[in-house]
Design a protein around this ligand. Sequence first.
Ligand SMILES: Cc1cc2nc3c(=O)[nH]c(=O)nc-3n(C[C@H](O)[C@H](O)[C@H](O)COP(=O)(O)OP(=O)(O)OC[C@H]3O[C@@H](n4cnc5c(N)ncnc54)[C@H](O)[C@@H]3O)c2cc1C
Length: 437
Amino acid sequence: MDKGAAVVVFWFRRDFRLDDNAGLYYALKSVLPVLPIFIFDKEILSQLEDKDDPRVTFIHQTIISLDSELQQHGSGLLVLHDKPLDAWDKLLNSYNIKAVYANHDYETSAKARDEAIAELLKKHDIPLNTYKDQVIFEKDEVLKNDSKPYTVYTPYQRKWYQALKQFYLKAYPNQKYFNGFLKVKAFDIPSIEKIGFEKNNREFLPIYYKELIAGYPDKRDFPAIEGTTHIGLHLRFGTVSIRELARTANGFHEKIWLNELIWREFYMMILHHFPQTANHAFKPEYDRIRWVNDEMQFEAWRKGETGFPLVDAGMRELNATGYMHNRVRMVVASFLTKDLLIDWRWGERYFARKLLDYELASNVGGWQWAAGSGTDAAPYFRIFNPDAQLKKFDPELKYVKKWVPEYADFTQYPKPIVDHAFARERCLKVFKEALSK
Ligand SMILES: Cc1cc2nc3c(=O)[nH]c(=O)nc-3n(C[C@H](O)[C@H](O)[C@H](O)COP(=O)(O)OP(=O)(O)OC[C@H]3O[C@@H](n4cnc5c(N)ncnc54)[C@H](O)[C@@H]3O)c2cc1C
């Protein structure tokens, strides 16, 4: 079969943008025409429990708009629906590929996929060139002076800012090279139904942060206020560039927000160096905790029917929108692990199913923080009181009334499924037993 003229391939994964995209920049700067591709990975899709998973709709919408942008440059996005190795076999049979470009992907399963593809390509003498794009600093770029990874956030943050002084935050000028895309007639993009899913009608919030971050320090802790950026979804799928965000976050107030983006990189670094923590406690002795794991209580938590209004509001917000405010994530996670003594991994999996901004590293980091088993130095006896949290962070009950309308009528609203004072004592006892062995 005639495979046509020589090309290089750019493989989109979680970096869905043409501008300021590192791997795409290097592909476009190579002398050969660039064929952009995306693979709907059957292995990932088969693990999703919900046929109307909104993240699939988001990806689908995003690749359609990428494809129309590419069409403006006489090109198009080739979309496959396959297992990655099979997809690459087909690509190798159809195109005369000289090199493949992509951006680094850090999760364990993604790294294994990339190793397998690199090996396949190597058999054909094709290099897989990958670049840092998703983060400002990755893996081994912010280490202690003895070259070991940090395990505590604050000194990591300090070193991160030091490293930033030597770092070039400018955008990659991809636009200059857009005539380097392979000229094609439009490709057919498979419909959502064709890949086995249904369209979800959820509305995805656009990228909107510049106006918000100046007020961030004062507003970020109150779930009833629009005080945080909801940018997580866009960071997850790369519809926004991290370099652009870091450039914008320059002033004193904005730095408080930038610190949160550094948390994201801290957790990614932790997962890279301690991959076992995806399923095991960072502090191994916490794996000895004897969880109660009551299925009915777990169900009440999932549905937002625990009788604790802030917990219930958070879970209902999550179920309805795929989002939950950070303060409330901390409260519901503490409630599940400490008050109900349910294994943090159950909560982590449920969040993984529901969160639009789901990110393995941050999710595991957040859950282990709540369970006390993570990198944080705070002791396990920090147990949130859900009612005190409500008084402090939703004093006018605006958030609660929005998500739990029946709260006002005590005949309608469920009684608490656990007594907090009792649960607190029980938790202290069970944790102490596990940790003093
Ligand atoms: C139990 C638990 C689970 C969590 N799971 C996730 C997850 O799966 N994915 C995720 O991105 N964040 C997770 N977080 C962190 C945080 O709650 C969300 O990033 C934040 O609420 C997203 O809202 P936003 O985009 O409006 O954030 P903003 O407050 O506007 O912050 C901007 C960005 O900074 C990053 N960020 C903010 N806070 C944190 C943090 N504590 N840790 C790591 N990154 C942070 C995110 O990328 C976020 O989008 C979790 C926190 C907890 C306590």
